[in-house]
Write a protein of this length. Sequence first.
Length: 432
Amino acid sequence: NLVKRSSLGFTLHKLFIFFSYCIWSLLMRHKNINRFKFKNKLKFTPKLFFRCYFFFILCSCIFLVLYLANNGDFFISPRQTIASITKETDEEWLPVLANGKIAKSWNFIPGNAYAEKYKIKFEDGKEAVAKVLAHWSQPLLPFFFSNERTEFDHKEFEDTRRALKGRYQGWPELLAFHVDRLLQLYKKAPTVGRMVSNKELYTPLDISNGWTFPRILYAFMMYWMPEFYVPVTITGWVSNIKNKWPNGNDKFYLVLPDEYHIPPFRKEYIGEISDTLVFDYLIDDHDRSYKKNWLMLNDHILTLDSGLGWNHGPYSDCLPTLCGLKSWRDSDSCNPICVFRKKTIELLESMGPDAPPERKLGYLLKKSLEKDIIGNDLFKYAVFFKDNTTSSYTRFQDQDFFDGIDFRVTLLLDHVDTCIHFLNRKVVLDSV
């Protein structure tokens, strides 16, 4: 576990390559070797051997000191992670994530992920992940992106999509967390927005997972710059998750419930799938199209990563999100699910188009965000391309995002009504 968490094996692999290169360079400088033509035989004298050995030991000590400086906290404070996501978890973790003192931060690049993120460890041992909301220069250089918020008819800009969505994924995470809690799904780990000092976020000599010379140099420069604050979202670290995706039979249960009756032992899991796809539709997140993004904790499906949410702007109406995995779809069409949890739909109906303005999901989301330290400024980090040219940047009005989620709630309830019309209410809402 220590090797996996601190990436010791990965670091030693890099050190081996580096030492091999250094020793070879020393050998190339030996007087008995021609650099370009190996005409003479190598005379590996005791003097040369001890010189190389001493150099190897010296470099090993230097890198060991650097490694312990960056990862020594593993041996000091006990590790605390999230084992379940409940109201009690929020009460314990949210205050720490928002105000706790950061003891350690290091660069974190899992798999082929591209987003700029950092592993955070607090003084009490709690671990979390921080995602950056914007390029460090954006607050300093207002002209880096379009600085004017432009309100326009969403129907005229159907090609709107996120700009730099791969690199800076912080703001959708915070927005999705508040939507999740309002819907009482508890599929997302506790998440807060926070302004973190460059002295806390960047490590001057970061040799953690995925380290490369450009990243070391970048972190070194950011650390030694005059103090400035970086907007991030911090999410509690969840442990013991497993990758489990729905199978082909689950598709038939969800799409053709009148023909394929759900076995009693499968109902709870089918309900979890349905809630997950409903949530993804409301936040315009297409991650569940891929098997790798189906994660479970204690038989509860999680949506831990919502960094690509609101991919097509605040007014997106991507109904194919309700189609599930790509393997469930044809090349040019798909069948959205027609099985929903009754309590989820009834909750959405209470926040839908017929609800009073102060009870609609968009209004509740706005009020919920106001409790977060960066909630009122969140959407200034939401930068979009206006069209397919990818040359014209724009931002939406804050209210567009709240109206947009109300817009999708209305469309979702219309789809549920269509399912009820062709099937019946008992099949659509009482199957799970």
